[in-house]
Structure formats: C-alpha cells, structure tokens
Design a binder for this molecule. Structure first.
Ligand code: TXA
Ligand code: MG
Length: 340
C-alpha cells in the first residue's frame, strides 16, 4: 500500500487534518503526532480498523491500546463507574501525557482492550492530534507508531522507517515535545496503581492519590508466566538490534568504563562528552531529566545505526521524569544493568 505523507505546514494543514479524518472515518489507519510519541490511530469504534493496527505493528493480540479523546464529555461514553479521582486528574493533567485505566463500556469493542473489561483513556495536548480527533468525530485507539519491540517514534522519519507501506498515512509534524509515552495509572484498583511512568510524575500524582502504588514491573523484570497489570510491560521493548547495557555511574567512571570497550557505542549526557573516546550519541543533560526523555528514543535508534557490537547507556536518576526514562532504558537493555 502507498503510505500518504500528510504535511502540516501552514498551507497544507487544514487539508491534511481533513484527509486524516477521512481516512480514519473510512476504517483506515494513520500515524499522528502527539506530545509524547507518534501514535498509530484507528477508530476505536471500528473492530476491523483496530485489527489493522495490531497487524501493521506486529503487536501481540493480548496488549491493549489507549483510546484518545479531545473532549471530556466523551469520557463517560467509553468508561463506566468513573471515580472522582479520575475527574480530578483530568482537571489537573488533561490535556496532557496521562492515561487512566477505567472500566470499559460496551461502546468500545473488546479488541481495543485485548479482551479486558477496562479501557485506557488519554486526552493528548498536541494541537494536531486534537484537531484530528475532533475532525474525525471519533475516539481514536492509538498505540505508539513503531514496529512492536522497537524504540517508540519521536519523529515522522522513524514512523516511516518502521511502517512505510503498511499504513494509509503519516501526518508529518515536528519532533514530539515530551519524547516518552504517557504515564499510565489504573483507577480500577484500590489504591490506584502506576503501571507506566511518564512525564506526569509519581510525585505529582501523589497530590491527588497520596497512597498510589508503583507497580513492581516499573523497575523489575516480570517472572516467567507472572500475571502483570499492564500487559505491555511483559514484552521486550524499546530495544535496538544491538545488545544494550544500562550503566549506573558518575561521568568519570562511565567514561573510563566505555573507553576500555572495543567496538562499542555510548549513549550519554552532554557533560560526559569530552571524556569519551568511542562513538557516542548524546541524549540530553543528566542535570535535567526532561531533556533525557526528549532525546532517549532517537538516541537509541541512532546508536543502533552505528552497527557496533554493544551500546552502553549512561543511566539517568530515577526521580521525577527520570523514572520514565529509566523504565524505558532498562527494557531496551533487557534488564542488563551495570553498576560502577
Ligand atoms: O503516550 C502514549 O501513551 C502513546 C501515544 C501515542 O498516546 N501511546 C502509547 O501506546 O504509548 P502503547 O500502546 O505503545 O502503550 C500502551 C500501554 C501498554 O503498556 C498497554 O499494555 C497499556 O498501555 N494499557 C492499555 N490499555 C490498558 C488496560 N486496559 N489495562 C492496563 N494497561 C493497559
Ligand atoms: Mg508502545
């Protein structure tokens, strides 16, 4: 299939939004920008369209999708028994990078939630995403627009690298502002539980849910056969082809360690730069985790293109949005952590 490139410069914008909406209303699938990562969207009300998303990504059938809305009134159509806390979160964090898992209504076909009786809902803040949702008049099911298992796409180029010829269109916008996927919390358990960290931090969520629990799968590897609250957490994820290691250390020890490696690449902080003698890709400054979130997935993709025998990544702190970056990296590294 020919994948249309829909541009979003001033002259093309309105036409591209209309075309993306038309494709989605007709049961097609289109990659759209959001503030976190690009999403591969389909009508959340159309079982056949949602099937196409699973196929294009090569996504396991038991991994549910997030439904994207642009208007708070849509929430009660797709979710039931909505607790007060959900509205408090919506008021504080929507539109933005927070996904809430709630009870699902029959309006959303089971395939969207991989058969679970819950549904994950998010209201993105990206203008283009919101305009497409509004123009389509649909809630949109959208996982990240990468091939399953690969790093999530933070620019249209990476979407095309993975999905060209497999989807109807890519809405071409700039780099995603946040760079890691949304925070996922479930409100169907008591107390609420953080399933995936993101730019809305645990520290911020504690202001609404003082007793929120961080699921243990956030930082540790699920045991074989263990039931996980968020099916996405059990799969190999975000992984470059090259064997990747996460290295916890200060700048000096990190440099000394990687400089002794033959045929390796480093993914590191700007401030490590001068000390490192092997090929390296910078992903931000260790002093500001937001820069690391913004750069982490493209750095993993770029490091992979160097075709080295190993990639060593300088680990971020686990506080604030650093927890989200650490969570993605530990999976990219298949839980291979080296502490210096
Ligand atoms: O920022 C984001 O969330 C991006 C953009 C496109 O919105 N989307 C995204 O989707 O990251 P995806 O499919 O790559 O990740 C969705 C995560 C998975 O870990 C999945 O298991 C979890 O959310 N999830 C979805 N529905 C769920 C449910 N009903 N219960 C528990 N976890 C759920
Ligand atoms: Mg994903």
């Amino acid at each position: 299939m020919l994948t249309k490139r829909l541009k979003t410069d001033r002259e093309s914008y309105d036409g591209s939004i209309r075309e993306a909406a038309r494709i989605l209303k007709n049961g097609g699938i289109a990659a759209i920008p959001t503030e976190t990562v690009y999403g591969l969207a389909a009508s959340a009300l159309d079982e056949e369209a949602v099937k196409k998303v699973f196929i294009a990504k090569g996504r396991p059938q038991d991994n549910p999708l997030i439904v994207h809305i642009a208007n708070i009134d849509t929430l009660s159509e797709i979710a039931a028994d909505i607790p007060d806390g959900a509205y408090k979160c919506a008021e504080k964090f929507w539109p933005g990078p927070l996904t809430m898992v709630l009870k699902r209504t029959d309006k959303i076909p089971a395939i969207v939630s991989a058969g679970l009786d819950t549904v994950a809902v998010r209201m993105p803040s990206d203008k283009t995403a919101r305009d497409i949702i509004t123009a389509s008049g649909l809630p949109l099911a959208a996982p990240s627009a990468n091939t399953s298992g690969k790093p999530s796409p933070t620019s249209a180029k990476y979407v095309i690298d993975d999905l060209d010829g497999k989807i109807d269109a890519v809405v071409m916008s700039g780099d995603c502002r946040v760079g890691v996927e949304s925070t996922v919390i479930t409100l169907v358990t008591s107390p609420p539980r953080l399933l995936r960290p993101g730019a809305v931090t645990v520290e911020q969520l504690r202001e609404i849910f003082p007793d929120i629990v961080v699921d243990k799968a956030v930082l540790s590897e699920p045991e074989k056969g263990e039931k996980v609250a968020s099916p996405g957490m059990k799969y190999k994820h975000y992984a470059p082809k090259t064997e990747t290691y996460l290295v916890e250390s200060d700048s000096d020890s990190f440099a000394e360690f990687v400089n002794a490696k033959q045929d390796a690449a480093a993914v590191c902080f700007f401030e490590d730069g001068e000390r490192i003698n092997i090929p390296c890709i910078f992903y931000g400054t260790g002093k500001d985790e937001y820069t690391l979130a913004h750069g982490v997935f493209s750095a993993l993709r770029e490091a992979d293109t160097l075709n080295k025998s190993a990639i060593y990544v300088h680990a971020p702190s686990k506080s604030g949005v650093g927890l989200a970056v650490y969570n993605r990296l530990i999976r990219a590294a298949a839980f291979r952590v080296i502490t210096l």
